[in-house]
Design a protein around this ligand. Structure first.
Ligand code: C5P
Length: 404
């Protein structure tokens, strides 16, 4: 195999010291490293220690005559097979997402024609901030790869997502990326491997006649995000979906239905499952006197719409003979969110209710504020993207069913 080389950008975060271990690991694996150290990065590690480990000079300055004479910044950005950012700070990713180029690191990220792999590291609040999440989404859509972060203790004393993965994992990700593998998320731990998770999402549609129906504004975004997050943790996911316009997540078994009764049948057919997550906004009623021909607007009095209550899928599966070990319901409320959720928990006999206030633009939007309500716990979550909330829920489920 021909010799591989990466450009390693070390940005300014406490996790920068781990980049030194990474350089050593890479050198043992026969991968050469050209290093760019940002000004903030130099507060944490020195060019001398990096140079000693990589055996090569370290580039620091966009406007340095000697740096430019040795290798111009455009050439530098293209000199390797892969650009790797360790630690990837919120600031550097924001610059990269927005095309800012005011130092050697950001200029390299803008000028490179190579794939970029980011190993993010930051405080949990910074990680969860919509700005960071949007920047990451932008970079991901442009083909960037990410390894981590993971949940854990942080240098700042807080706990949560934002902790950088260990150098071994970054080195594995680099090797995969160098081999052209873009599913490097496969490196993440798979605590839900071997578990079957059944999820419902989206609205249901209850026909009135062949062209008209009763439904609601559910977009399916939250349910699809949960399906993706569970699949990423290794679960075998069955997603029973009402009509939505979202691309199905990779590796998920899709079952498309229209009505609540079809959704229930599809769920029962998918059992047994270890976990059931009922995210769908199931229509509560259906038209009893639905016609097989289009109702004409011919001036005569139309028959009043007679409604029948739909089966409650969550309640049915909670008391099913094949009941999944963990049953999670959702409760969209506009007022008294927590008390309604507690009442629903008891009425539907599920284990957890995720309550959310839908009085704003949650339905169809990209963010959600949720409260996890269990028999003996009420845990409000901060405002976060539906994707982040999905990842948080998947991680909690993994912990719970690992402990069952
Ligand atoms: O009763 P409500 O619709 O507020 O309850 C919400 C929870 O119940 C959600 O998890 C939803 O998916 C589920 N549900 C259901 N079948 C219904 C109505 C709601 O599974 N017919």
């Amino acid at each position: 195999m021909s010799e591989k080389r990466i450009v390693l950008i070390i940005a300014g975060g406490i996790a920068a010291f781990k980049s030194l271990l990474l350089i050593r690991l890479l050198s043992k694996r026969g991968i050469k490293t050209t290093t760019i150290l940002t000004k903030a990065g130099a507060e944490f590690v020195t060019p001398l220690s990096i140079g000693a480990l990589s055996g090569e000079r370290v580039f620091t300055d966009l406007f340095s005559l000697s740096d430019e004479a040795e290798m111009g910044h455009i050439e530098l950005s293209r000199s390797a097979d892969l650009v790797v950012v360790v630690p990837a700070t919120a600031d550097l990713m924001a610059k990269a997402a927005n095309g800012l180029a005011n130092d050697l690191a950001s200029t390299t990220l803008l000028a490179t024609d190579k794939r970029v792999l980011y190993a993010p590291a930051m405080n949990v609040r910074m990680w969860e901030h919509a700005a960071t999440q949007e920047n990451i989404e932008t970079l991901r859509t442009r083909g960037a790869l990410f390894v981590g972060p993971v949940e854990g203790d942080m240098a700042c004393g807080e706990y949560g997502f934002g902790r950088m993965v260990e150098p071994e994992q970054i080195a594995d990700a680099i090797e995969k990326a160098l081999a052209g593998i873009t599913h490097i998320d496969d490196l993440a731990p798979k605590p839900l491997k071997g578990k079957h998770i059944l999820i419902t999402a989206g609205p249901t549609r209850e026909p009135i006649d062949p062209v008209r129906y009763l439904s609601n504004h559910s977009s399916g975004k939250q349910g699809y995000a949960i399906a993706r997050a569970c699949a990423e943790l290794g679960a075998n996911v069955s997603l029973v979906s009402g009509p939505v316009s979202i691309t199905p997540p990779q590796g998920v078994n899709m079952v498309y239905i229209e009505t609540a009764r079809d959704m229930l049948a599809a769920c029962e057919a998918a059992l047994p499952a270890d976990v059931f997550i009922s995210v769908a906004a199931v229509a509560d009623w259906r038209a009893m006197n639905a016609t097989s021909q289009k109702i004409k607007k011919d001036g005569t009095q139309i028959a009043p719409l007679e409604l029948a209550e739909n089966p409650d899928i969550l309640k049915t599966l909670s008391s099913h003979k094949n009941r999944p070990s963990l049953v999670v319901g959702f409760a969209a409320e506009t007022n008294d969110v927590t008390s309604h959720a507690q009442a629903k928990l008891a009425k539907k006999k599920c284990d957890w209710i995720i309550a959310n206030d839908v009085s704003g633009d949650v339905m169809g939007g990209d963010h959600n504020t949720m409260i996890l309500v269990t028999e003996n716990q009420i845990e409000p979550w901060p405002l976060m993207s539906k994707q982040k909330a999905a990842e948080k829920l998947a991680a909690i489920i993994a912990k719970e069913i690992g402990a069952l």
